[in-house]
Ligand binder design. Structure first.
Ligand code: C2E
Ligand code: MG
Ligand code: MG
Length: 659
C-alpha cells in the first residue's frame, strides 16, 4: 500500500513536472521550484512574444483553407471550423497582447504553464482534424493547400514553442496524428513517401526543440546565478545593499500606487570592530555569519534581512499594519544577541542597536528614509547597546546639527578657536604635581564651549583628527617648555591618528621645535589602539618609547581590559578609568578592581593614576591602597596654560584636600 501510494506521488510529480514544461522531465537540468518558476516566466514571456503573430497566422490560414475548399463538399463544415479557429485565435492573440503589456513576472506557476500546454493541445487538435475531415474530399489543389498548411503549422508550432518541449509536443502531436490517419486511409504509395518525410521532419523539429530548450534553460539558470551574485553578500548569503535598495524601491512604488505603509529597520552591531580586531578577521567573519543566521530567524517568512555594510544590517518590513510590529521585530533582533556566540572555541558577546523609520510618516524617498534611519540609529547607539529607537523629528535636527558642527570644525584651527586646558597629576607620596594632561577645548563663536566628547568623534570620522592632533601635540610641547624641567605633559591620541604614517615625524618635530626632552611628553592611548588593526600603531609606539617618550594606557577597565595588552608594550602608566573611582567606595567589586589593578601595576613596576577623584575620602582610600598618582576635580579642574604656574606654586595640596 505504502509503496503504491509512494509510487503514485512520484509519477504524479513526474507528470506535474512534465506538463509544467520542467526540462528535468526530459533529462534536462534539475532545479528548485523558485528557479523552475523563473525559467517558466522566461519561457512564457518568449511564447507571449510570438503569440500575436502566430494567432494572426492561424486566422489567416483558416481563411486560406476555406478558399481552398470553396468547391468541395466539406465547405460548410470548413466554414464553421474556420470561424471557430479564427475567432479563438484572435481572442487569444488579443488577450496575450494585453498580458505582455503588464510587467514581466519573475515567477510563473505550474498551473499557468499547464494552461498553456492545454491551449497548445486544443489548437493543435483543431489543426489535426483538418487532414482527417477535409483531405479526402478536397480537389488536388485543395489537398496541396492542406499539406502545405499542416507542414507550416508543424514548423511554426515547433518554432513558437521552441523553449517548451511539452507544449511543442502538445501542439504538433495532434497534427501528426491527423496526417497519419489521413495518409493511412489512402493507399497511394506516394503518400507513404510523404509519411516518411513527415516523420523525418517531425523528428528533426522535435530534436531541435529539445536541444534549444535545454540550452535556453541553462542560459536562464546562468543568468539567475549571475543576478544572485550581484544581489547576495558572499559571506553571509544575505541580500546585499543592491538587493536591499531594490526591495526598498519596490516598497516605495507600492506606497505610491496603493498607499501600502512599510518600515525600515537599520541595525548596527556594537563593538563588532573590536571583535574583528581582537580575534582576527576569520573570527570576525564567523561572528557575522552566526549573527546573520540569528537575525534571519527573527523576521517574517517572506522578508530577508540584508547586510548593507560591514556591520550594518537592514530590513524592509512591507505592508506594515501597526508600528508595534516593527518594534516587535526590532526587539527580537536585540534579543537574538542574548546568548553569547561560540566562535573558535571562545564565547563572544555581541549586541546591536536598531533605528526604525516608518514610511510615509518619516519619509517617502530612499534618501529621506535612509538618512532618517541613520539618525534614529545614531541616537539608539548613543543610548547604549541593545537600544531600539523610532525616528523622531529631533533626530533630523541633531543630524543636521552634526553636519553643521563638522563644517565649522574644518576651519576651527585657522580661526584660532581651539585651545588646550591642563589638568594636574598629583603624586600622593611626594604630595606634589608631577605633570598635566592636555585636554582640548573648542570655543565655538555661536555655541560657546563644545566638549571634546562631541567634536573629537566628528574629527575622527572626517579625518580632521590628523590636523587637530598635530596642532595639539605641538601646542602641548610648546607649553610644557615653559614649565619646570620635572613637569611632564600628557597628550591624548585617537586610534585614527595612527593611520597617519607621518605621525612619528610630527611628534619628533614637535619635541625638536619646543626643545624639550622626550621624557617630558607622555602619550595617552586607549586599549582599542593596541588591537591588530592598528598593527602600525605598535611600531610607532615602540619607536616613541625608544626615543624616550612615555606611554600611558588611558581609561583602563572600559575596553576589553585584557591584561595581555600590558605585555605588548612597556607602558609607563595605567590610568584607572573614573567610573571605577566614582563607585569604589560604594561598590565592593569596584574597590576590588581598583585594588587589584594597583597591585598589578606595582608588580609590573609601572605607574598607576586614578582618574576622576572628586572627594577627599576617595583620595584617602587611594593613598591607603598604594595608588601613585591621582587626577580629578578634587585636585584641580582643567585650567588654562597661564594658570599652570600658579597652580604649581600651591604647596601642600593633599594636606589641604584631605582636611
Ligand atoms: P580622558 O583622556 O579620559 O580625560 C579625562 C576626562 O575626565 C576629561 O574630560 C576631564 O575633564 C574629565 N575629568 C577629570 N577629572 C574629573 C573628575 O573629577 N570628575 C569628572 N566627572 N570628570 C573629570 P574632557 O576634557 O571632557 O575630555 C573627554 C575626553 O576627550 C578625554 O578623556 C579624551 O579621551 C578626549 N580628549 C580630550 N582632549 C583630547 C585630545 O587632544 N585629543 C584626543 N584624541 N582626545 C582628547
Ligand atoms: Mg586622557
Ligand atoms: Mg581617561
Amino acid at each position: 500500500m505504502l509503496l503504491g501510494s509512494g509510487m503514485r506521488t512520484q509519477t504524479t510529480s513526474y507528470f506535474a513536472r512534465l506538463f509544467a514544461g520542467d526540462l528535468s522531465a526530459f533529462g534536462g537540468p534539475v532545479t528548485d521550484e523558485a528557479v523552475a518558476g523563473h525559467i517558466r516566466a522566461e519561457q512564457m514571456s518568449l511564447v507571449l512574444g510570438y503569440s500575436v503573430g502566430i494567432m494572426l497566422a492561424n486566422a489567416c490560414n483558416a481563411g486560406v483553407l476555406v478558399v481552398a475548399l470553396w468547391h468541395s463538399p466539406g465547405l460548410k463544415l470548413a466554414l464553421i471550423w474556420a470561424a471557430i479557429v479564427a475567432g479563438a485565435a484572435i481572442a487569444f492573440g488579443l488577450q496575450s497582447h494585453a498580458a505582455r503589456r503588464i510587467t514581466k513576472p519573475q515567477f510563473v506557476s505550474r498551473r499557468a504553464m499547464h494552461r498553456l500546454v492545454r491551449n497548445a493541445f486544443i489548437l493543435g487538435a483543431a489543426w489535426g482534424t483538418v487532414p482527417v475531415a477535409f483531405f479526402a474530399d478536397a480537389s488536388t489543389g485543395g489537398q496541396l493547400v492542406i499539406t502545405c498548411l499542416c507542414s507550416g503549422m508543424l514548423a511554426g508550432g515547433a518554432l513558437a514553442f521552441a523553449t517548451i518541449p511539452i507544449a511543442a509536443i502538445a501542439f504538433t502531436a495532434p497534427i501528426f496524428a491527423g496526417i497519419a490517419i489521413c495518409l493511412g486511409r489512402n493507399g497511394d504509395p506516394a503518400f507513404l513517401l510523404i509519411a516518411f518525410l513527415v516523420v523525418v521532419y517531425g523528428s528533426v523539429l522535435l530534436r531541435s526543440v529539445f536541444v534549444n530548450s535545454i540550452a535556453f534553460a541553462r542560459r536562464v539558470m546562468r543568468q539567475i546565478e549571475a543576478e544572485r551574485t550581484v544581489r547576495q553578500d558572499p559571506l553571509t548569503h544575505l541580500p546585499n545593499r543592491v538587493a536591499f535598495n531594490e526591495t526598498l524601491d519596490a516598497a516605495l512604488k507600492r506606497l505610491a500606487l496603493s498607499g501600502e505603509e512599510f518600515a525600515v529597520l537599520l541595525l548596527d552591531l556594537d563593538r563588532f570592530k573590536e571583535v574583528n580586531d581582537k580575534f582576527g578577521h576569520p573570527a570576525g567573519d564567523e561572528f557575522l555569519v552566526q549573527i546573520a543566521s540569528r537575525l534571519q530567524r527573527c523576521t517574517r517568512a517572506a522578508e530577508h534581512v540584508a547586510r548593507i555594510g560591514g556591520d550594518e544590517f537592514a530590513l524592509v518590513m512591507a505592508n506594515l499594519a501597526r508600528p508595534e510590529d516593527a518594534l516587535e521585530i526590532a526587539e527580537r533582533f536585540v534579543a537574538a544577541f542574548d546568548e553569547p556566540f561560540q566562535i573558535e572555541g571562545r564565547q563572544i558577546v555581541g549586541a546591536t542597536s536598531v533605528g526604525i523609520v516608518l514610511a510615509p510618516r518619516d519619509g517617502s524617498t530612499q534618501l529621506d528614509i535612509m538618512k532618517n534611519a541613520d539618525a534614529a540609529l545614531y541616537r539608539a547607539k548613543k543610548a547604549g547597546p541593545g537600544t531600539v529607537c523610532f525616528f523622531e523629528e529631533t533626530d533630523d535636527r541633531s543630524s543636521r546639527d552634526r553636519k553643521a558642527l563638522q563644517s565649522d570644525l574644518e576651519g576651527a584651527i585657522a580661526r584660532d578657536e581651539l585651545f588646550l586646558v591642563f589638568q594636574p597629576f598629583l603624586d600622593l607620596d611626594g604630595n606634589r604635581i608631577t605633570g598635566f594632561e592636555a585636554l582640548l577645548r573648542w570655543q565655538h563663536p555661536q555655541r560657546g564651549l563644545v566638549p571634546p566628547s562631541e567634536f573629537i568623534p566628528i574629527a575622527e570620522e572626517t579625518g580632521l583628527i590628523h590636523e587637530i592632533g598635530e596642532w595639539v601635540v605641538r601646542r602641548a610641547c610648546a607649553t610644557v617648555a615653559e614649565w619646570p624641567e620635572e613637569i611632564r605633559v600628557a597628550v591624548n591620541f585617537s586610534a585614527a591618528q595612527f593611520h597617519n604614517n607621518g605621525l612619528l615625524q610630527i611628534i619628533v618635530q614637535a619635541l625638536a621645535d619646543a626643545k624639550i626632552a622626550p621624557h617630558r611628553l607622555e602619550i595617552e592611548i586607549t586599549e582599542s589602539m593596541l588591537l591588530s588593526k592598528y598593527a602600525s600603531a605598535a611600531s610607532v609606539l615602540n619607536a616613541l618609547l625608544e626615543l624616550g617618550v612615555t606611554v600611558a594606557l588611558d581609561d583602563f577597565g572600559t575596553g576589553f581590559s585584557s591584561l595581555t595588552y600590558l605585555r605588548k608594550l612597556p607602558f609607563s602608566r595605567i590610568k584607572i578609568d573614573q567610573s571605577f573611582i566614582r563607585d569604589m567606595l560604594v561598590q565592593p567589586d569596584c574597590a576590588a578592581i581598583v585594588k587589584s589593578v594597583i597591585g598589578l601595576a606595582r608588580d609590573l613596576r609601572i605607574g598607576v593614576v586614578a582618574e576622576g577623584v572628586e572627594t577627599a575620602d576617595q583620595l584617602e582610600y587611594l593613598h591607603q591602597i598604594g595608588c601613585d598618582e591621582v587626577q580629578g576635580y578634587l585636585i584641580s579642574r582643567p585650567v588654562s596654560a597661564d594658570r599652570v604656574l600658579a597652580l604649581l606654586e600651591t604647596k601642600k595640596l593633599r594636606a589641604t584636600y584631605a582636611a
